[in-house]
Ligand binder design. Structure first.
Ligand code: PLP
Ligand code: COI
Length: 341
């Protein structure tokens, strides 16, 4: 199969329309058989629940070309499970896990010409999502839904790739205590847009959100979880009910312990501790592991000893091991790599 002529190594994290996408409709209490379509546009009623009351949830995963030329995805079963919990929280019907994986496979296969070649630094981002599609004007869940999957080739989420970024602590929250911070719902991202754009206008790359109840503990950014490295080489990652359970973070905890022999603490992390860490990174499907060089909280500026030029040594090891597993250079734990046949 001939690849599309795309300048893979200069791709940013943007939307490029690919050839086919998957769609399944839910009506009268059941999902239909689902199919691929070439139509990238959706026509829905003006009063659709998604448009009026934001009843929508999504996932994000990637397809990679391995060193030996296979196309693989990373732990798609966990994305299927997380989409199911997101859907349940917003009173939406669950799209069955086996069908989720089949839909991802069909969509990636149909767009194989857009899966970036091994070594290009780019990947095919896969976006499964669901929304309430019929008209509701009183506040209630929809009765009809669409589950869809599209793909788009992407490069690094943050401009500059492996260069450390600068965060500022946001005064606004993205999630409420006991709210929806732990699911992947569009509404959480709408909540973050104003403070994200404000951060950009002030010259920062992203926000660090603190816990919404007390503003003393580290939560996450708008699109990734945190990893910190202590001066004695331990990995510390925040635990909270209002952050997204990142699949990358859960995988890195295992990689740190089982592949690198590092000690890992998953616990509440006070913002007051942050100045004592040696390294900091953001982890997620889009972010992979992006190094953080500096965090600004009003007058307080924290610059990590790893500096603004390169990733710290432990974050680098985690990055190399994880991407080595994803690209097939390092043997993966059982069930982590899902080949698209
Ligand atoms: N936190 C938020 C708010 C996210 O949007 C994402 C992206 O999916 C993550 C964390 C990272 O999660 P994952 O590693 O499963 O992609
Ligand atoms: C991801 O990492 O998949 C994300 O969803 C982050 C962002 C693009 C929303």
């Amino acid at each position: 199969m001939e690849k599309k002529s795309i300048d893979w190594s200069n791709l940013g994290f943007g939307y490029i329309q690919t050839d086919k996408r998957y769609v399944s409709h839910y009506k009268d209490g059941a999902w239909d058989a689902g199919m691929l379509t070439e139509d990238a546009n959706i026509t829905i009623n003006e009063c659709a629940c998604v448009l009026q009351y934001a009843q929508t949830v999504f996932e994000g995963l990637k397809a990679y070309t391995t060193q030996d030329g296979r196309i693989v995805t990373f732990r798609p079963d966990l994305n299927a499970q997380r989409l199911a919990s997101s859907a349940q929280r917003l009173e939406m019907p669950v799209f069955p896990q086996e069908r989720f994986i089949d839909a991802v496979e069909q969509t990636v296969k149909a767009n194989a010409a857009y899966v970036p070649p091994y070594g290009s630094g780019a990947t095919l981002y896969i976006r499964p999502y669901m929304f309430g599609s019929n008209a509701v004007i009183g506040v209630k869940p929809a009765d009809e839904y669409q589950f869809r999957v599209f793909t788009t080739p992407v490069g690094p989420y943050f401009k500059g790739g492996a260069k450390p970024i600068t965060l500022r602590v946001s005064d606004l929250d993205r999630a409420a205590p006991h709210g929806t911070g732990n699911i992947k719902a569009g509404l959480n991202y709408a909540m973050s847009l104003h403070t994200l754009m404000d951060a950009h206008r002030q010259g920062y790359d992203e926000n660090m959100f603190l816990d919404p109840a007390t503003h003393t503990k580290v939560e996450e950014t708008g699109g990734a979880n945190f990893l910190f490295i202590t001066k004695d080489g331990k990995v510390v990652t925040p635990k909270s009910d209002s952050i997204l359970p990142s699949i990358t973070r859960r995988s890195l905890v295992h990689v740190a312990k089982a592949y690198l022999g590092l000690e890992v603490e998953e616990r509440s992390v006070l913002f007051s501790e942050v100045k004592d860490f040696a390294e900091c990174g953001l982890c997620g499907t889009a972010a992979v592991i992006s190094p953080v060089g500096r965090i600004v909280d009003h007058d307080e500026v924290i610059t990590f000893p790893s500096g603004m030029e390169q990733m710290g040594p432990t974050i680098q090891k985690l990055y190399d091991t994880l991407t080595g597993i994803q690209m097939g250079m390092i043997e993966a734990p059982e069930g982590w790599i899902h080949e698209i046949q």
